[in-house]
Each structure stands twice: as structure tokens, then as C-alpha cells.
Design a protein around this ligand. Sequence first.
Ligand SMILES: [Zn+2]
Length: 150
Amino acid sequence: MNTESFNLDHRAVAAPYVRIADTKRLSDTVVVKKYDVRFCQPNVDHLESDVMHSLEHTFSEAVRNHSDDVIDFSPMGCQTGFYFILAGEHPLEDVRDLIAAGMQDVVDATEVPASNIQQCGWAANHTLSGAQDAARTFLARRDEWSQVMA
Ligand SMILES: [Zn+2]
């Protein structure tokens, strides 16, 4: 299929993990990579909408303090994880370290950034504590992030 993740057997993976989902070489010097940041085992578990939303806001804002190469961090529709898009070539372990740094910032956050009606499209749909619990659980299994397949 056209979409890379539709060719991934979701029964065969072992969440949590971080893997490269796509690479686009735009020129000899410019590359963009998309990472699959999977929190939950597909078809077994998922994150609630408000947890996804607050993780998106808080991580998106925090991770940019650690890297200028961040293009996007956005929720998967199945609510089992996120897509993370970075410019440039980075060793996958460095990307995992970057994600860990951003998730630690979520754990340490005192508010969900931009969770108001001026800056967000559904400002009532947030939970800082829910996002922090999910980030804490994800971080606690950091040693499993490099194993994608069960
Ligand atoms: Zn929002």
C-alpha cells in the first residue's frame, strides 16, 4: 500500500518502540525522516483522546528546546502512538534520546502549553496528569524502545 505503516503487520510489533517509518531524500543534502513513536500495543491498548492531545501539546513545545530539526509531532488516529518528523540525518539512538528528553519535560511540566481557546481547537480536551502518567510509563520502558518486533 502507499502508506508505509499500512504495510506493517500491527499484530507482530511489541510496543513501546521507536522506529523509522519513512525517509524522504529531498536533495543530495536534505533528508526528512518520520518516526513511529508507539506507546501502546496495537488492538490491545490505546491512549484516551485528552491524554493524546496534552502529550501532543506538551511534547511538541518541549522537544523543540532540544533540537532545531523538529518538523512535527502528531497523534496517530488509532490513539496508540505518535508520528515524529525530523529534518536531517540522526542516529536512531540519538532520536530515542531526544524523545526521552522531551518526554521527561512532559513529566516535569506544570501546565499544558497553549491549552486555551485562542491557541487550541479543543481547549477543554486536556489532561496534564494523564499526559504525565503516559509519558512516565513510556519512559520507564526506555530499554524496550529499540525492539520493534515481538
Ligand atoms: Zn490543541
